[in-house]
Design a protein around this ligand. Structure first.
Ligand code: KIV
Ligand code: ZN
Length: 517
């Protein structure tokens, strides 16, 4: 067993369960390729039996990614496990089935309505079936942190005996504390006689803000697989942020039971910032500015005292060299004179694997933006990729937008959209130009969205910077999860309309997946 900590990335499964974070196939593949560059050990690519879209995504990722294990999630029931095996099959001997079943008294009594013995036999049967289909089987005892220790130990021993090679002990509701988690793992290590035949894994949620601390505590107790997501996205308050766990281990190995100077994991940390950005763009979820490691302010020093200290010796106020996590690796910006080949090469360097037709689509937008802006920075370009390609067959595309606004004028917008070769035009009056654009889009697309969140930021520097707008829109009744959308343009009203249209398109994708499921 490797003594290094293995990273099991669940951005594409638990992360994608985050409200508003759904990704289409192209976006999932982009994230998976970047996770491969980052060097995560296992990618949990989805929950294959949940929808055809998830099945397809897991199977395409299993086909595309060559250097990571590919896991799919399955409940401990035959149909889920068989579908999961089929979805991960293209990964060959790198395929993993991750099957789970809740073990805590609350889940046993109220959710599953099963006795302790029934749970053990379901878990054993599920693991045995999975083992007959793939060699690499992970079992998760959902809500392990609220399960009686002696019963948890019995479950763990039984699933290892049945063939599980990784046993995950999740803190499903983000309730435990570092010491409690250590006690639980030590108990399992002491009382499970075959524990040396499996890797102990942990999976922490962040409901009381302890996901990273609990994951690190678990490592000191002997866990050698940490599950988490990039930027900490995930259900409710999210999952443990992989970049934070990784950098805590790299920066302070001796604090977590490793030798000073040892690299306790396999990640290529220089890919961290890039991965964070890819996930943020693809999921539509912005990263908090002051977020550790990957937030824009993570290495910004505004006070004079700190700036002076940094200039005298970086270590006075910085515990990590920002270059180690990939900050500051910016290239010369492109300009309107840059040709298609230069744009294509830069896109490839940024990690975007695009077809020729997609490059042409992005290049078309690049040319328009280049006309109204002196420099096009990598972040600008990334926003354009998102904006130009976040579409699917049958999606609405922005053709033109005109608006009138002013202190005395009635805000009016005329929007022209295209779908499957036909153009549609409509106009609307709103309480401001942005609202008027949204209403005109609603009229054309026959949707009815209610804006629940709106943010604008500049993707680069200068007065001609691109404005990137993120919106969250509720379609249908108020029980539906809001859908997020992003759009970028030098004009923030156009960027807002693009973001809204992006949310409309995402909602259409979700609706069609739901009807096909
Ligand atoms: O939080 C959880 O317990 C999970 C399991 C499916 C691993 O996501
Ligand atoms: Zn989870």
């Amino acid at each position: 067993m490797s003594d290094k900590v293995l990273f099991f990335d669940t951005t594409l499964r638990d992360g994608e369960q985050c409200p508003g974070a759904s990704m289409n196939l192209r976006q999932k593949l982009e994230v998976a390729r970047q996770l491969e560059k980052l060097g995560v050990d296992i990618i949990e690519a989805g929950f294959p039996c949940i929808s055809d879209g998830d099945f397809e995504a897991v199977s395409q990722i299993a086909r595309t990614v060559k250097n990571c294990r590919i896991a799919g999630l399955a409940r401990c029931v035959e149909n889920d496990i068989r579908q999961c095996a089929a979805a991960v099959a293209p990964a060959g001997d790198r395929a993993r089935i991750h099957t789970f079943l809740a073990t805590s008294p609350l889940h046993r009594e109220f959710k599953l309505k099963k006795s302790k013995e029934e749970i053990i036999s379901m878990a054993v049967a599920g693991v045995k079936l999975a083992k007959s289909l793939v060699a690499d089987v992970e079992f998760s005892a959902e809500d392990a942190s609220r399960t009686e220790h002696d019963y948890l130990a019995q479950v763990v021993e039984a699933v290892i005996e049945a063939g599980a090679t990784t046993v995950n002990l999740p803190d499903t509701v983000g309730f435990t504390t570092p010491q409690e988690y250590i006690d639980m793992i030590q108990y399992v290590c002491k009382h499970v006689k075959n524990i040396d035949k499996a890797v102990i894994s942990v999976h922490c949620h962040n409901d009381i803000g302890l996901a990273v601390a609990n994951s690190l505590a678990a490592v000191t107790a002997g866990a050698r697989q940490v599950e988490g997501t990039i930027n900490g996205i995930g259900e409710r308050a999210g999952n443990a942020a992989i970049e934070e766990v990784a950098m805590a281990l790299s920066t302070r190995p001796e604090a977590f039971g490793f030798a000073a100077g040892e690299q306790p994991h396999h990640l290529n940390t220089r890919e961290i910032v890039k991965t964070s950005r890819v996930v943020s763009r693809m999921s539509g979820l912005s990263v908090q500015r002051s977020k550790a490691i990957v937030g824009e302010n993570a290495f910004a020093h505004s006070s004079g005292i700190h700036q002076h200290g940094i200039l005298a010796k970086r270590e006075t106020y910085e515990v990590i060299d920002p270059a180690i996590v990939g900050w500051g690796e910016t290239e010369l910006p492109l300009t309107k004179h840059s040709g298609r080949a230069a744009v294509k090469a830069r896109l490839e360097k940024m990690g975007h694997t695009l077809s020729d037709a997609e490059v042409s689509q992005v290049f078309e937008r690049f040319k328009k933006v280049g006309d109204s802006k002196k420099f096009v920075y990598d972040d600008d370009l990334a926003s354009l990729v998102n904006d130009s390609l976040d579409t699917h067959n049958g999606a609405w595309k922005m053709v033109d937008i005109q608006f009138v606004a002013g202190s005395a004028a009635r805000p009016t917008a005329t929007v022209q959209l295209e779908k499957e070769g036909r153009t549609y035009t409509d106009c609307a009056i709103g309480n401001g130009p942005v609202n008027a654009c949204f209403k005109a889009i609603d009229r054309i697309t026959k949707s009815k969205g209610a804006l629940v969140d709106y943010n604008v930021r500049s993707t680069s520097v200068g007065q001609d910077a691109l404005g990137e707008v993120t919106v969250k829109v509720q379609f249908g009744d108020c029980d539906c999860k809001p859908v997020s959308g992003k759009g970028a343009a030098t004009d923030v009203i156009e960027a807002s309309a693009r973001a809204y249209l992006n949310a409309v398109n995402r909602n259409l994708t979700l609706e069609s997946l739901a009807t096909n499921a």
